[in-house]
Design a protein around this ligand. Structure first.
Ligand SMILES: Nc1ncnc2c1ncn2[C@@H]1O[C@H](COP(=O)(O)OP(=O)(O)OP(=O)(O)O)[C@@H](O)[C@H]1O
Length: 325
């Protein structure tokens, strides 16, 4: 799935299963949050990752950052295999991979000032006091906050301002790769565009690479270079952003698009009925395509075998028996 450059992030057959401990009937049962995902992220691009709540987007993003141990598979970052790297081996890479999360209310320590919050990652990674001070001021300016905000605490800011603080904090240690895990979802629509503009401006200026997670396609449309659509732990379609909107291939992608408000009512009605039917639970071990219980095009093979990802047009991949050649 790679294009012209060596990818910055490369994931192969990644699995992250959580073993449930609670309840007699569920004890020892595995939730396959990420169930065999492979894709690349090119330097400088924004890879949008979408799918309904619970499909495994956050788990995939956090697995790439190695915020926990994975079950199996490979993760390469800047050419280095990190899937099995120890915390000591990961330390020099940590500052190159940062994250911005959905809820800046809970991800910012309420007892720290803005200055302390932005400087803390630099302190951990051994920046001098002078560098910390200078860089904190520069970053605050870049995200549209002022010198006078430095000594204030998170509760004194609006949601959008708090997300700006999170961005400054994430960028303080000069990362190359930033996981943006639903950074807009907790914000008012009017503020979302401002945060997107800041992220895009900083990407241009600093050559950043983003993995941008959102639960619906409308949010990632304008920011993404390519988009991956995830369903119950698997990627079902990956395509350049425009191609995904203009020629969605997988019935699940078509259904997701149909649920995005469209100016043209004929487009909205296209596959609206698709997202009926039972969603298999995250611990389901049924064979075949996981979407078959909701798919309007289901065929006998779909219930027996998992379809592999296929290139159906240049750079456009789908995992669906409809496109099997
Ligand atoms: N620590 C955990 N222990 C057990 N199950 C978990 C754990 N973390 C996530 N899961 C399960 O893994 C699946 C994927 O969750 P995940 O949060 O990655 O999905 P998501 O697509 O990011 O959803 P959302 O948009 O709601 O955040 C879900 O079924 C979830 O309940």
């Amino acid at each position: 799935m790679s294009e012209q450059h060596a990818p910055l992030v490369s994931v192969r057959d990644l699995h992250k299963h959580f073993t449930l401990n609670g309840g007699l009937l569920r004890k020892g049962v595995a939730v396959k949050a990420v169930d065999g995902v492979s894709f690349d992220i090119q330097p400088g691009e924004t890879f949008g990752l979408v799918g309904e709540s619970g499909c495994g987007k956050s788990t995939l993003g956090r697995a790439i950052l190695r915020l926990f141990d994975i079950t199996s598979g490979e993760i390469h970052f800047a050419g280095q295999e990190i899937a099995r790297a120890s915390e000591k081996q990961l330390k020099p890479l940590r500052k190159r991979m940062q994250a911005i999360f959905q809820d800046p209310y809970s991800s910012l320590n309420p007892g720290m000032t803005v200055q302390q919050l932005v400087a803390e990652p630099m302190q951990i990674h051994g920046y001098s006091r002078e560098e910390q001070r200078e860089r904190t001021e520069t970053l605050l300016y870049k995200v549209g906050l002022k010198q006078e905000h430095l000594q204030r605490f998170p509760h004194e800011f609006s949601g959008g301002q708090r997300q700006r603080i999170s961005i400054a904090r994430a960028l303080s240690v000069r990362p190359e790769f930033v996981l943006c895990d639903e950074p807009l979802s907790a914000l008012d629509v009017s503020v979302q565009a401002q945060v997107v503009n800041i992220l895009q401006d900083l990407q241009q200026e600093l050559g950043l690479t983003y993995l941008f997670i959102a639960h619906d396609l409308s949010m990632v449309r304008h920011i993404s270079t390519r988009i991956g659509v995830m369903y119950l732990g698997k990627l079902v379609e990956v395509a350049p952003a425009n191609a995904l909107y203009q020629h969605p291939a997988h019935p699940y992608t078509r259904a997701l698009l149909a649920s995005v408000p469209q100016p043209d009512p004929r487009i909205r009605n296209l596959e609206q009925a698709t997202l009926r039917g039972e969603i298999p639970g995250p611990t389901s071990v049924l064979p075949g395509c996981k979407f078959c219980s909701r798919c309007p095009h289901v065929m006998p093979v779909c219930r027996r075998e998992v379809p592999a990802m296929q290139e159906i047009a240049p750079g456009h991949f789908a995992a669906c028996w409809l496109f099997k050649v």
